[in-house]
Design a protein around this ligand. Structure first.
Ligand SMILES: [Zn+2]
Length: 652
Protein backbone atom coordinates (compact mmCIF):
# COMPACT_ATOMS: atom_id res chain seq x y z
CA UNK A 1 0.00 0.00 0.00
CA UNK A 2 1.32 3.39 -0.89
CA UNK A 3 1.93 5.97 1.81
CA UNK A 4 -0.63 8.28 0.25
CA UNK A 5 -3.27 5.58 0.33
CA UNK A 6 -2.53 4.74 3.98
CA UNK A 7 -2.93 8.36 4.94
CA UNK A 8 -6.08 8.70 2.87
CA UNK A 9 -7.72 5.63 4.36
CA UNK A 10 -6.84 6.72 7.90
CA UNK A 11 -8.34 10.12 7.22
CA UNK A 12 -11.63 8.87 5.81
CA UNK A 13 -12.06 5.74 7.95
CA UNK A 14 -15.26 5.96 9.99
CA UNK A 15 -14.09 5.18 13.52
CA UNK A 16 -16.12 2.74 15.56
CA UNK A 17 -18.46 3.95 18.28
CA UNK A 18 -16.42 3.94 21.42
CA UNK A 19 -16.57 5.88 24.67
CA UNK A 20 -13.51 8.02 25.33
CA UNK A 21 -12.38 5.64 28.10
CA UNK A 22 -12.76 2.59 25.85
CA UNK A 23 -10.94 4.47 23.09
CA UNK A 24 -8.08 5.24 25.50
CA UNK A 25 -7.80 1.59 26.49
CA UNK A 26 -7.79 0.50 22.87
CA UNK A 27 -5.36 3.05 21.42
CA UNK A 28 -3.46 4.98 24.06
CA UNK A 29 0.11 3.97 24.82
CA UNK A 30 2.03 6.09 27.31
CA UNK A 31 5.61 6.33 26.10
CA UNK A 32 8.44 5.32 28.43
CA UNK A 33 10.26 8.28 29.92
CA UNK A 34 7.27 10.56 29.50
CA UNK A 35 4.92 8.95 31.96
CA UNK A 36 5.44 7.57 35.46
CA UNK A 37 3.34 4.56 34.41
CA UNK A 38 4.32 3.82 30.80
CA UNK A 39 2.63 1.29 28.58
CA UNK A 40 -0.91 0.72 27.46
CA UNK A 41 -3.59 2.89 29.11
CA UNK A 42 -5.66 0.76 31.46
CA UNK A 43 -8.76 2.17 33.09
CA UNK A 44 -8.41 -0.19 36.07
CA UNK A 45 -5.23 1.65 37.11
CA UNK A 46 -7.24 4.80 37.83
CA UNK A 47 -10.89 3.70 37.93
CA UNK A 48 -12.16 7.15 38.94
CA UNK A 49 -10.96 8.60 35.60
CA UNK A 50 -13.10 6.34 33.40
CA UNK A 51 -16.37 8.21 33.87
CA UNK A 52 -14.55 11.54 34.02
CA UNK A 53 -13.47 10.97 30.40
CA UNK A 54 -16.83 9.64 29.26
CA UNK A 55 -18.86 12.51 30.68
CA UNK A 56 -16.93 14.86 28.36
CA UNK A 57 -19.05 13.65 25.45
CA UNK A 58 -22.33 13.34 27.38
CA UNK A 59 -25.12 15.58 26.00
CA UNK A 60 -26.16 18.52 28.19
CA UNK A 61 -22.85 19.10 29.95
CA UNK A 62 -21.40 22.54 29.19
CA UNK A 63 -18.76 22.68 31.91
CA UNK A 64 -16.68 20.20 33.85
CA UNK A 65 -14.71 21.57 36.79
CA UNK A 66 -12.18 19.16 38.27
CA UNK A 67 -10.62 20.21 41.58
CA UNK A 68 -8.07 17.53 42.26
CA UNK A 69 -4.91 16.34 43.93
CA UNK A 70 -1.68 16.63 41.95
CA UNK A 71 -0.31 13.66 39.97
CA UNK A 72 -3.36 11.42 39.94
CA UNK A 73 -3.74 11.21 36.16
CA UNK A 74 -6.47 13.78 35.47
CA UNK A 75 -4.47 15.82 32.95
CA UNK A 76 -3.53 12.63 31.08
CA UNK A 77 -7.21 11.60 31.04
CA UNK A 78 -8.13 14.97 29.51
CA UNK A 79 -5.49 14.40 26.82
CA UNK A 80 -7.23 11.09 26.12
CA UNK A 81 -10.41 13.06 25.53
CA UNK A 82 -8.58 15.34 23.10
CA UNK A 83 -7.13 12.29 21.30
CA UNK A 84 -10.58 10.69 21.15
CA UNK A 85 -12.12 13.79 19.58
CA UNK A 86 -9.19 14.14 17.16
CA UNK A 87 -9.87 10.63 15.95
CA UNK A 88 -13.59 10.08 16.27
CA UNK A 89 -15.23 13.49 15.81
CA UNK A 90 -12.55 15.88 14.58
CA UNK A 91 -13.98 19.20 15.73
CA UNK A 92 -11.65 22.02 16.84
CA UNK A 93 -10.41 21.89 20.42
CA UNK A 94 -8.30 24.11 22.64
CA UNK A 95 -5.78 23.59 25.38
CA UNK A 96 -5.01 26.51 27.70
CA UNK A 97 -2.04 26.44 30.05
CA UNK A 98 -0.68 28.94 32.58
CA UNK A 99 2.32 30.23 30.62
CA UNK A 100 3.94 30.05 27.21
CA UNK A 101 7.00 28.03 28.38
CA UNK A 102 4.77 25.61 30.28
CA UNK A 103 2.54 25.33 27.21
CA UNK A 104 5.48 24.54 24.94
CA UNK A 105 6.73 21.91 27.39
CA UNK A 106 3.36 20.17 27.51
CA UNK A 107 3.07 20.22 23.72
CA UNK A 108 6.57 18.79 23.30
CA UNK A 109 6.48 16.21 26.10
CA UNK A 110 2.84 15.17 26.15
CA UNK A 111 0.73 16.23 23.16
CA UNK A 112 3.11 15.42 20.28
CA UNK A 113 4.14 12.08 21.88
CA UNK A 114 0.44 11.22 22.30
CA UNK A 115 -0.17 11.83 18.59
CA UNK A 116 2.99 9.93 17.59
CA UNK A 117 2.25 6.91 19.80
CA UNK A 118 -1.44 6.53 19.01
CA UNK A 119 -1.83 4.50 15.81
CA UNK A 120 -4.86 6.15 14.19
CA UNK A 121 -3.57 9.64 15.05
CA UNK A 122 -0.02 8.99 13.93
CA UNK A 123 -1.31 8.37 10.42
CA UNK A 124 -2.89 11.84 10.41
CA UNK A 125 0.26 13.68 11.41
CA UNK A 126 2.23 15.86 9.03
CA UNK A 127 5.65 17.41 9.46
CA UNK A 128 4.10 20.78 10.34
CA UNK A 129 1.74 19.32 12.94
CA UNK A 130 4.84 18.21 14.90
CA UNK A 131 6.03 21.80 15.17
CA UNK A 132 6.11 22.51 18.90
CA UNK A 133 6.57 26.24 18.29
CA UNK A 134 3.26 26.47 16.46
CA UNK A 135 0.14 27.85 18.14
CA UNK A 136 -2.00 25.10 16.73
CA UNK A 137 -1.72 21.50 15.70
CA UNK A 138 -3.52 20.51 12.51
CA UNK A 139 -4.17 16.90 11.49
CA UNK A 140 -4.94 15.56 8.01
CA UNK A 141 -8.56 14.87 8.90
CA UNK A 142 -9.03 18.58 9.63
CA UNK A 143 -8.81 18.37 13.43
CA UNK A 144 -7.32 21.47 14.99
CA UNK A 145 -5.94 21.93 18.49
CA UNK A 146 -5.49 25.58 19.49
CA UNK A 147 -2.80 26.13 22.06
CA UNK A 148 -3.33 29.00 24.47
CA UNK A 149 -1.62 30.42 27.50
CA UNK A 150 -3.10 32.67 30.12
CA UNK A 151 -0.46 35.42 29.98
CA UNK A 152 -1.58 36.70 26.61
CA UNK A 153 -5.04 37.95 25.77
CA UNK A 154 -4.37 37.82 22.04
CA UNK A 155 -3.43 34.14 22.27
CA UNK A 156 -6.78 33.41 23.92
CA UNK A 157 -9.20 35.25 21.69
CA UNK A 158 -9.93 34.01 18.21
CA UNK A 159 -11.35 30.91 16.48
CA UNK A 160 -14.34 28.98 17.77
CA UNK A 161 -13.84 25.64 19.51
CA UNK A 162 -16.04 22.72 20.44
CA UNK A 163 -14.14 21.70 23.56
CA UNK A 164 -11.43 23.42 25.56
CA UNK A 165 -9.28 22.15 28.40
CA UNK A 166 -7.96 24.79 30.81
CA UNK A 167 -5.29 23.01 32.81
CA UNK A 168 -3.95 24.34 36.15
CA UNK A 169 -6.35 27.31 36.17
CA UNK A 170 -5.27 28.36 39.66
CA UNK A 171 -1.88 29.20 38.16
CA UNK A 172 -3.42 31.27 35.35
CA UNK A 173 -2.33 34.86 35.24
CA UNK A 174 -5.16 37.29 35.80
CA UNK A 175 -5.10 40.33 33.60
CA UNK A 176 -5.61 43.72 35.05
CA UNK A 177 -8.01 46.24 33.60
CA UNK A 178 -11.13 45.59 31.64
CA UNK A 179 -9.99 42.32 30.10
CA UNK A 180 -12.09 39.35 31.16
CA UNK A 181 -10.28 36.59 33.02
CA UNK A 182 -8.54 34.02 30.81
CA UNK A 183 -11.05 31.22 31.44
CA UNK A 184 -14.00 33.41 30.43
CA UNK A 185 -12.20 34.31 27.21
CA UNK A 186 -11.79 30.62 26.43
CA UNK A 187 -15.46 30.07 27.28
CA UNK A 188 -16.41 32.77 24.75
CA UNK A 189 -14.81 30.76 21.98
CA UNK A 190 -17.07 27.79 22.76
CA UNK A 191 -20.26 29.81 22.20
CA UNK A 192 -20.44 29.08 18.47
CA UNK A 193 -21.13 25.47 19.44
CA UNK A 194 -23.94 26.40 21.83
CA UNK A 195 -24.94 23.57 24.14
CA UNK A 196 -22.46 21.25 22.43
CA UNK A 197 -19.50 23.31 23.56
CA UNK A 198 -17.70 22.02 26.65
CA UNK A 199 -15.39 23.94 28.95
CA UNK A 200 -13.14 21.75 31.06
CA UNK A 201 -11.31 23.33 33.98
CA UNK A 202 -8.74 21.26 35.81
CA UNK A 203 -6.57 22.35 38.71
CA UNK A 204 -5.00 21.58 42.00
CA UNK A 205 -6.67 24.12 44.31
CA UNK A 206 -4.91 26.95 46.10
CA UNK A 207 -7.10 28.83 48.56
CA UNK A 208 -10.86 29.03 48.86
CA UNK A 209 -10.66 32.17 46.73
CA UNK A 210 -8.82 30.39 43.91
CA UNK A 211 -10.49 30.04 40.52
CA UNK A 212 -10.99 26.28 40.66
CA UNK A 213 -12.70 26.32 44.06
CA UNK A 214 -14.93 29.25 43.11
CA UNK A 215 -16.04 27.49 39.92
CA UNK A 216 -16.39 24.14 41.66
CA UNK A 217 -18.57 25.86 44.26
CA UNK A 218 -20.84 27.38 41.64
CA UNK A 219 -21.30 24.15 39.65
CA UNK A 220 -24.93 23.09 39.24
CA UNK A 221 -24.12 19.44 39.97
CA UNK A 222 -21.41 18.52 42.46
CA UNK A 223 -20.13 14.99 42.43
CA UNK A 224 -17.73 12.90 44.47
CA UNK A 225 -16.34 9.41 43.97
CA UNK A 226 -18.16 6.97 46.26
CA UNK A 227 -16.83 3.56 47.20
CA UNK A 228 -18.53 0.60 48.94
CA UNK A 229 -17.15 -0.48 52.34
CA UNK A 230 -15.70 -4.02 52.07
CA UNK A 231 -17.24 -4.84 55.47
CA UNK A 232 -20.77 -3.36 55.38
CA UNK A 233 -21.11 -2.51 51.68
CA UNK A 234 -22.38 1.00 52.39
CA UNK A 235 -21.34 3.78 50.03
CA UNK A 236 -19.12 6.64 51.13
CA UNK A 237 -16.66 9.12 49.77
CA UNK A 238 -13.15 8.88 51.16
CA UNK A 239 -12.36 11.77 53.49
CA UNK A 240 -9.18 12.58 55.39
CA UNK A 241 -10.60 12.56 58.96
CA UNK A 242 -11.45 8.85 58.56
CA UNK A 243 -7.81 7.93 57.95
CA UNK A 244 -6.46 6.61 61.26
CA UNK A 245 -3.06 5.47 62.39
CA UNK A 246 -1.54 3.61 65.29
CA UNK A 247 -0.25 5.85 68.05
CA UNK A 248 2.34 3.92 70.05
CA UNK A 249 2.89 4.87 73.70
CA UNK A 250 5.53 7.32 74.81
CA UNK A 251 6.08 10.92 73.84
CA UNK A 252 6.84 10.72 70.14
CA UNK A 253 7.41 13.86 68.13
CA UNK A 254 5.37 14.07 64.95
CA UNK A 255 8.52 13.27 62.95
CA UNK A 256 9.17 10.11 65.02
CA UNK A 257 5.52 9.18 64.63
CA UNK A 258 5.83 9.71 60.87
CA UNK A 259 8.82 7.34 60.77
CA UNK A 260 6.93 4.78 62.86
CA UNK A 261 3.84 4.91 60.66
CA UNK A 262 5.84 4.69 57.43
CA UNK A 263 7.85 1.73 58.82
CA UNK A 264 4.97 -0.29 60.26
CA UNK A 265 2.31 0.78 57.76
CA UNK A 266 -0.13 0.76 60.71
CA UNK A 267 -2.66 2.95 58.90
CA UNK A 268 -6.24 2.17 58.05
CA UNK A 269 -9.41 3.81 56.77
CA UNK A 270 -12.28 3.68 59.24
CA UNK A 271 -15.66 3.07 57.59
CA UNK A 272 -17.88 6.00 58.47
CA UNK A 273 -20.89 3.64 58.80
CA UNK A 274 -19.61 0.48 60.55
CA UNK A 275 -16.21 1.67 61.86
CA UNK A 276 -14.53 -1.32 60.17
CA UNK A 277 -10.82 -0.91 59.59
CA UNK A 278 -10.25 -0.89 55.83
CA UNK A 279 -6.65 -1.75 54.99
CA UNK A 280 -4.49 -0.35 52.20
CA UNK A 281 -4.54 -3.76 50.46
CA UNK A 282 -8.36 -3.64 50.31
CA UNK A 283 -8.31 -0.28 48.61
CA UNK A 284 -7.83 -1.45 45.02
CA UNK A 285 -10.95 -3.64 44.96
CA UNK A 286 -12.95 -1.00 46.79
CA UNK A 287 -11.96 1.86 44.47
CA UNK A 288 -12.56 -0.27 41.36
CA UNK A 289 -16.13 -0.82 42.58
CA UNK A 290 -16.61 2.93 43.00
CA UNK A 291 -19.04 5.29 41.27
CA UNK A 292 -19.43 9.03 40.85
CA UNK A 293 -22.41 10.13 42.93
CA UNK A 294 -23.95 13.34 44.24
CA UNK A 295 -21.52 15.00 46.64
CA UNK A 296 -23.95 15.16 49.54
CA UNK A 297 -25.17 11.58 49.07
CA UNK A 298 -28.47 12.43 47.30
CA UNK A 299 -29.53 11.62 43.76
CA UNK A 300 -28.75 13.19 40.41
CA UNK A 301 -31.32 14.19 37.81
CA UNK A 302 -31.01 13.44 34.09
CA UNK A 303 -32.34 15.30 31.03
CA UNK A 304 -35.77 13.68 31.41
CA UNK A 305 -36.11 14.40 35.12
CA UNK A 306 -35.30 10.84 36.14
CA UNK A 307 -33.41 10.36 39.42
CA UNK A 308 -30.23 8.30 39.54
CA UNK A 309 -28.20 7.04 42.49
CA UNK A 310 -25.10 7.15 40.37
CA UNK A 311 -24.02 9.81 37.87
CA UNK A 312 -22.60 6.99 35.79
CA UNK A 313 -26.02 5.75 34.67
CA UNK A 314 -27.02 9.20 33.36
CA UNK A 315 -26.84 9.16 29.56
CA UNK A 316 -27.98 12.75 28.99
CA UNK A 317 -27.84 15.68 31.40
CA UNK A 318 -30.26 18.61 31.63
CA UNK A 319 -29.20 21.30 29.13
CA UNK A 320 -26.56 23.68 30.49
CA UNK A 321 -25.34 21.33 33.23
CA UNK A 322 -22.14 22.45 34.95
CA UNK A 323 -20.51 19.54 36.75
CA UNK A 324 -18.02 20.06 39.56
CA UNK A 325 -15.97 17.16 40.93
CA UNK A 326 -13.42 16.95 43.71
CA UNK A 327 -10.84 14.20 43.83
CA UNK A 328 -8.20 13.47 46.47
CA UNK A 329 -5.17 11.19 46.38
CA UNK A 330 -6.94 8.94 48.94
CA UNK A 331 -8.38 7.11 45.90
CA UNK A 332 -5.08 6.84 44.10
CA UNK A 333 -4.08 3.21 43.68
CA UNK A 334 -0.36 3.89 43.44
CA UNK A 335 -0.27 6.02 46.58
CA UNK A 336 -0.40 4.24 49.95
CA UNK A 337 -2.44 5.75 52.78
CA UNK A 338 0.59 5.19 55.04
CA UNK A 339 2.69 7.42 52.78
CA UNK A 340 0.06 10.16 53.01
CA UNK A 341 -0.07 9.92 56.81
CA UNK A 342 3.74 10.15 56.88
CA UNK A 343 3.60 13.26 54.73
CA UNK A 344 0.91 14.78 56.97
CA UNK A 345 2.84 14.10 60.18
CA UNK A 346 6.11 15.42 58.79
CA UNK A 347 4.29 18.60 57.71
CA UNK A 348 3.21 19.44 61.28
CA UNK A 349 4.43 22.89 62.25
CA UNK A 350 5.55 23.70 58.71
CA UNK A 351 2.96 25.82 57.01
CA UNK A 352 4.32 25.46 53.48
CA UNK A 353 4.31 21.66 53.79
CA UNK A 354 0.83 21.58 55.31
CA UNK A 355 -0.39 23.78 52.49
CA UNK A 356 1.04 21.31 49.97
CA UNK A 357 -0.54 18.40 51.81
CA UNK A 358 -4.02 19.89 51.74
CA UNK A 359 -3.94 21.31 48.22
CA UNK A 360 -1.76 18.81 46.34
CA UNK A 361 -2.46 15.58 48.19
CA UNK A 362 -6.03 16.03 49.40
CA UNK A 363 -7.01 18.33 46.52
CA UNK A 364 -8.91 20.68 48.82
CA UNK A 365 -8.40 24.45 49.09
CA UNK A 366 -6.29 25.70 51.96
CA UNK A 367 -8.73 27.29 54.33
CA UNK A 368 -6.77 27.46 57.52
CA UNK A 369 -7.70 30.81 58.92
CA UNK A 370 -4.84 32.18 60.98
CA UNK A 371 -6.68 35.11 62.40
CA UNK A 372 -10.15 36.54 62.27
CA UNK A 373 -11.82 39.13 64.43
CA UNK A 374 -15.35 38.00 65.27
CA UNK A 375 -18.20 40.49 64.90
CA UNK A 376 -19.09 39.89 68.56
CA UNK A 377 -15.77 41.46 69.62
CA UNK A 378 -17.03 44.81 68.34
CA UNK A 379 -20.48 44.45 69.88
CA UNK A 380 -18.79 43.78 73.25
CA UNK A 381 -16.70 46.93 72.87
CA UNK A 382 -19.82 49.01 72.21
CA UNK A 383 -21.43 47.61 75.37
CA UNK A 384 -18.35 48.56 77.41
CA UNK A 385 -18.10 52.02 75.82
CA UNK A 386 -18.47 54.99 78.18
CA UNK A 387 -18.61 57.90 75.73
CA UNK A 388 -21.16 58.97 73.17
CA UNK A 389 -20.19 59.45 69.59
CA UNK A 390 -18.37 62.72 68.92
CA UNK A 391 -16.74 63.07 72.36
CA UNK A 392 -12.95 62.89 72.71
CA UNK A 393 -11.83 61.02 75.86
CA UNK A 394 -9.97 63.16 78.39
CA UNK A 395 -6.89 60.93 78.25
CA UNK A 396 -6.40 61.57 74.52
CA UNK A 397 -3.29 63.29 73.22
CA UNK A 398 -4.30 63.67 69.58
CA UNK A 399 -7.17 63.25 67.26
CA UNK A 400 -6.38 61.53 63.95
CA UNK A 401 -8.59 61.17 60.90
CA UNK A 402 -8.37 58.66 58.10
CA UNK A 403 -10.30 58.83 54.86
CA UNK A 404 -10.97 56.04 52.41
CA UNK A 405 -11.68 57.55 49.00
CA UNK A 406 -14.53 56.11 46.96
CA UNK A 407 -15.62 57.41 43.59
CA UNK A 408 -18.62 59.36 44.89
CA UNK A 409 -18.06 59.58 48.64
CA UNK A 410 -15.52 59.39 51.45
CA UNK A 411 -15.51 56.92 54.33
CA UNK A 412 -14.05 58.50 57.45
CA UNK A 413 -12.88 57.34 60.84
CA UNK A 414 -11.89 59.75 63.61
CA UNK A 415 -9.94 58.19 66.43
CA UNK A 416 -8.53 59.75 69.59
CA UNK A 417 -5.05 58.51 70.51
CA UNK A 418 -3.21 58.53 73.82
CA UNK A 419 -0.12 57.04 75.45
CA UNK A 420 0.66 53.33 75.05
CA UNK A 421 -1.14 53.24 71.71
CA UNK A 422 -4.53 53.48 73.40
CA UNK A 423 -7.22 54.76 71.06
CA UNK A 424 -10.94 55.31 70.90
CA UNK A 425 -13.22 55.75 67.95
CA UNK A 426 -14.74 59.22 68.15
CA UNK A 427 -16.72 59.34 64.94
CA UNK A 428 -17.17 57.30 61.78
CA UNK A 429 -19.33 57.80 58.73
CA UNK A 430 -19.55 59.01 55.17
CA UNK A 431 -19.59 62.37 53.47
CA UNK A 432 -20.20 63.13 49.81
CA UNK A 433 -18.03 66.12 48.97
CA UNK A 434 -14.68 67.75 49.69
CA UNK A 435 -16.60 70.66 51.23
CA UNK A 436 -18.26 68.36 53.76
CA UNK A 437 -14.90 66.74 54.36
CA UNK A 438 -13.43 70.15 55.25
CA UNK A 439 -16.37 70.96 57.55
CA UNK A 440 -16.01 67.71 59.41
CA UNK A 441 -12.24 67.64 59.72
CA UNK A 442 -11.31 71.27 60.18
CA UNK A 443 -14.36 73.29 61.26
CA UNK A 444 -16.14 70.95 63.62
CA UNK A 445 -15.06 71.45 67.23
CA UNK A 446 -14.68 67.97 68.71
CA UNK A 447 -15.51 68.32 72.41
CA UNK A 448 -13.29 66.75 75.05
CA UNK A 449 -15.00 64.76 77.78
CA UNK A 450 -15.38 66.65 81.12
CA UNK A 451 -13.36 69.59 79.81
CA UNK A 452 -15.97 71.86 78.35
CA UNK A 453 -13.50 74.62 77.62
CA UNK A 454 -11.33 72.46 75.39
CA UNK A 455 -11.94 71.12 71.93
CA UNK A 456 -9.74 69.20 69.59
CA UNK A 457 -9.44 68.86 65.86
CA UNK A 458 -7.49 66.27 63.88
CA UNK A 459 -3.77 67.02 64.01
CA UNK A 460 -3.12 64.64 61.15
CA UNK A 461 -5.34 63.40 58.33
CA UNK A 462 -4.46 60.39 56.18
CA UNK A 463 -6.34 60.20 52.91
CA UNK A 464 -6.24 57.21 50.63
CA UNK A 465 -5.54 58.48 47.14
CA UNK A 466 -7.23 55.56 45.50
CA UNK A 467 -5.41 53.06 43.32
CA UNK A 468 -6.23 49.38 43.13
CA UNK A 469 -9.57 49.79 44.83
CA UNK A 470 -10.54 52.54 42.46
CA UNK A 471 -9.75 50.48 39.40
CA UNK A 472 -11.70 51.61 36.39
CA UNK A 473 -12.30 55.04 37.90
CA UNK A 474 -11.31 58.15 36.04
CA UNK A 475 -7.85 59.48 36.82
CA UNK A 476 -9.42 62.80 37.82
CA UNK A 477 -10.64 61.42 41.19
CA UNK A 478 -7.08 60.76 42.29
CA UNK A 479 -6.03 64.19 40.98
CA UNK A 480 -8.85 65.82 42.95
CA UNK A 481 -7.61 64.15 46.11
CA UNK A 482 -4.08 65.35 45.40
CA UNK A 483 -5.24 68.91 44.84
CA UNK A 484 -7.28 68.85 48.05
CA UNK A 485 -4.36 67.37 50.01
CA UNK A 486 -1.91 69.85 48.48
CA UNK A 487 -3.73 72.89 49.89
CA UNK A 488 -3.87 71.29 53.35
CA UNK A 489 -0.49 69.64 53.38
CA UNK A 490 0.41 70.89 56.85
CA UNK A 491 -1.97 68.27 58.24
CA UNK A 492 -2.92 66.01 55.35
CA UNK A 493 -0.88 62.99 54.24
CA UNK A 494 -1.88 61.27 51.01
CA UNK A 495 -1.39 57.53 51.56
CA UNK A 496 -1.46 54.39 49.49
CA UNK A 497 -1.72 50.87 50.84
CA UNK A 498 0.87 48.32 49.72
CA UNK A 499 0.77 44.53 49.96
CA UNK A 500 4.14 44.35 51.72
CA UNK A 501 6.80 46.50 53.27
CA UNK A 502 9.84 47.77 51.50
CA UNK A 503 13.38 47.11 52.76
CA UNK A 504 12.13 46.52 56.29
CA UNK A 505 10.06 49.69 56.38
CA UNK A 506 6.35 49.73 57.14
CA UNK A 507 5.88 53.36 56.10
CA UNK A 508 7.94 54.87 53.34
CA UNK A 509 7.76 57.89 51.10
CA UNK A 510 6.72 57.38 47.51
CA UNK A 511 9.40 57.72 44.89
CA UNK A 512 9.37 61.36 43.82
CA UNK A 513 6.43 63.69 44.05
CA UNK A 514 3.12 64.04 42.38
CA UNK A 515 2.71 67.08 40.20
CA UNK A 516 -0.40 68.85 41.27
CA UNK A 517 -0.27 72.21 39.62
CA UNK A 518 2.14 74.38 37.67
CA UNK A 519 4.70 72.92 35.30
CA UNK A 520 8.35 73.24 36.32
CA UNK A 521 10.38 76.21 35.23
CA UNK A 522 13.42 75.60 33.09
CA UNK A 523 16.27 74.21 35.19
CA UNK A 524 14.10 73.73 38.27
CA UNK A 525 14.38 70.33 39.96
CA UNK A 526 11.20 68.41 40.72
CA UNK A 527 11.63 68.77 44.47
CA UNK A 528 12.08 72.53 44.12
CA UNK A 529 8.62 73.00 42.72
CA UNK A 530 6.27 73.80 45.54
CA UNK A 531 3.20 72.44 43.79
CA UNK A 532 4.34 68.91 44.37
CA UNK A 533 3.15 66.47 46.91
CA UNK A 534 4.81 63.56 48.68
CA UNK A 535 2.83 60.32 48.84
CA UNK A 536 3.29 57.86 51.68
CA UNK A 537 3.15 54.12 51.20
CA UNK A 538 2.07 51.94 54.07
CA UNK A 539 2.36 48.19 54.54
CA UNK A 540 -1.31 47.32 54.98
CA UNK A 541 -0.68 43.78 56.24
CA UNK A 542 1.74 44.89 58.90
CA UNK A 543 -0.70 47.44 60.31
CA UNK A 544 -3.61 45.02 59.98
CA UNK A 545 -1.62 42.62 62.18
CA UNK A 546 -1.03 45.34 64.72
CA UNK A 547 -4.68 46.37 64.64
CA UNK A 548 -5.73 42.77 65.33
CA UNK A 549 -3.41 42.70 68.36
CA UNK A 550 -4.71 46.04 69.63
CA UNK A 551 -8.33 44.94 69.19
CA UNK A 552 -7.64 41.70 71.05
CA UNK A 553 -5.89 43.41 74.00
CA UNK A 554 -8.05 43.47 77.12
CA UNK A 555 -10.32 40.70 75.90
CA UNK A 556 -10.17 39.10 79.34
CA UNK A 557 -9.40 42.20 81.35
CA UNK A 558 -11.30 45.28 80.10
CA UNK A 559 -8.98 47.56 82.09
CA UNK A 560 -6.25 46.55 79.64
CA UNK A 561 -8.35 47.42 76.60
CA UNK A 562 -6.33 49.46 74.08
CA UNK A 563 -8.61 49.85 71.05
CA UNK A 564 -12.00 51.23 72.04
CA UNK A 565 -15.27 52.16 70.42
CA UNK A 566 -17.90 54.71 71.42
CA UNK A 567 -21.51 53.94 72.34
CA UNK A 568 -22.78 54.00 68.77
CA UNK A 569 -23.74 50.54 67.60
CA UNK A 570 -23.44 50.33 63.82
CA UNK A 571 -24.05 47.04 62.12
CA UNK A 572 -22.42 48.12 58.87
CA UNK A 573 -19.19 49.17 60.62
CA UNK A 574 -19.01 45.94 62.61
CA UNK A 575 -19.75 43.85 59.54
CA UNK A 576 -16.97 45.48 57.54
CA UNK A 577 -14.42 45.23 60.35
CA UNK A 578 -15.04 41.48 60.67
CA UNK A 579 -15.24 40.81 56.91
CA UNK A 580 -11.49 40.34 56.59
CA UNK A 581 -9.48 37.35 57.74
CA UNK A 582 -5.85 36.36 57.59
CA UNK A 583 -5.10 33.30 55.50
CA UNK A 584 -1.94 31.78 54.07
CA UNK A 585 -1.59 32.58 50.39
CA UNK A 586 0.88 30.98 48.09
CA UNK A 587 2.87 33.01 45.57
CA UNK A 588 5.36 30.90 43.66
CA UNK A 589 7.30 28.90 46.22
CA UNK A 590 6.54 31.23 49.09
CA UNK A 591 3.60 31.03 51.43
CA UNK A 592 2.71 34.38 52.93
CA UNK A 593 -0.06 35.26 55.31
CA UNK A 594 -2.34 37.91 53.96
CA UNK A 595 -5.40 39.74 55.22
CA UNK A 596 -8.08 39.15 52.59
CA UNK A 597 -11.83 39.79 52.41
CA UNK A 598 -13.63 36.59 53.43
CA UNK A 599 -15.96 36.97 50.47
CA UNK A 600 -14.35 38.40 47.37
CA UNK A 601 -15.62 41.86 46.56
CA UNK A 602 -17.20 42.59 49.93
CA UNK A 603 -17.05 46.17 51.20
CA UNK A 604 -14.27 46.81 53.69
CA UNK A 605 -13.90 50.62 53.59
CA UNK A 606 -14.10 51.00 57.38
CA UNK A 607 -11.55 48.22 57.78
CA UNK A 608 -9.22 50.13 55.44
CA UNK A 609 -9.77 53.40 57.30
CA UNK A 610 -9.10 51.73 60.68
CA UNK A 611 -5.89 50.08 59.39
CA UNK A 612 -4.74 53.48 58.10
CA UNK A 613 -5.40 54.82 61.63
CA UNK A 614 -2.69 52.55 63.05
CA UNK A 615 -0.18 53.68 60.41
CA UNK A 616 -1.10 57.32 60.94
CA UNK A 617 -0.64 56.92 64.71
CA UNK A 618 3.00 56.00 64.03
CA UNK A 619 3.38 58.93 61.66
CA UNK A 620 2.03 61.15 64.46
CA UNK A 621 4.58 59.65 66.90
CA UNK A 622 1.86 58.31 69.23
CA UNK A 623 4.13 55.36 70.05
CA UNK A 624 6.74 57.69 71.58
CA UNK A 625 4.39 59.51 73.96
CA UNK A 626 5.36 59.21 77.64
CA UNK A 627 3.26 56.94 79.87
CA UNK A 628 -0.20 58.26 80.79
CA UNK A 629 0.70 59.71 84.26
CA UNK A 630 3.77 61.50 82.91
CA UNK A 631 1.79 62.73 79.91
CA UNK A 632 -0.98 64.16 82.15
CA UNK A 633 1.60 66.00 84.23
CA UNK A 634 3.18 67.55 81.15
CA UNK A 635 -0.16 68.59 79.74
CA UNK A 636 -1.27 70.13 83.05
CA UNK A 637 1.93 72.16 83.20
CA UNK A 638 1.39 73.25 79.63
CA UNK A 639 -2.19 74.37 80.23
CA UNK A 640 -1.29 76.19 83.44
CA UNK A 641 1.40 78.09 81.61
CA UNK A 642 1.12 81.75 80.60
CA UNK A 643 0.00 81.01 77.04
CA UNK A 644 -3.19 79.22 77.91
CA UNK A 645 -4.93 78.35 74.72
CA UNK A 646 -8.63 78.09 74.39
CA UNK A 647 -10.59 76.13 71.86
CA UNK A 648 -7.80 75.57 69.39
CA UNK A 649 -8.64 74.13 66.09
CA UNK A 650 -7.02 74.55 62.75
CA UNK A 651 -8.62 76.89 60.30
CA UNK A 652 -7.86 76.33 56.68
ZN1 LIG B 1 -18.54 -0.32 56.64
Amino acid sequence: MSKVWQVWSAAIAVPERLTPSAWAEKYRVLPRGQSPRPGRWRNEVSPYLRWLMDVCVAPGVVALVVMKAAQIGVSEAMRNVLGYIAHVAPEPCGLALPTLPKGRRIVMNRIIPMLVHTEPLKALLTATSRDVQAEEILLLNGWRLHLMWSGSASAMASDPMRLAVCDEVDKFEQWVGREADPVSLVAKRLRAYGDRGLLIEVSTPTTALGKINQDYDSASVKLAYYVPCPACGKWQRLVWPQVKWEKPGGDLTSKQLAAHVTRTGAVWYECIHCQARIRDDQKTAMVRAGQWRAEGGGQVTDAWGQQHDSAETVTAWPPGTRIGVQLSALYCLWERWATMVGEFLRAQGDMAKLYDFFTETLGVPWEQVIQKIPKTAFAAKVVRATLDEGIVPAWAARLLATVDTQHDHFVIVLRAWGPEMRSQRVWHGKVQSFKELDELLFKHPWRIDRESEHVMSPSLVGIDTGGTRLEGESESRTSEVYRWAMLRRAVVRPIKGAMRGRAGLFIWPGRGFVDVGRPRKLGQRRDQVSDQLRIWWIDTHHFADEMADLIAAGKDDPSQERWLLNKRQDDEYEKQLSAVHKVPTRKGLKVTELWTPIHPGSKIDYWDAEVYQIALAYMAQIHSLPPQAEFEKQRKAQRAGPTKKKATYTEV
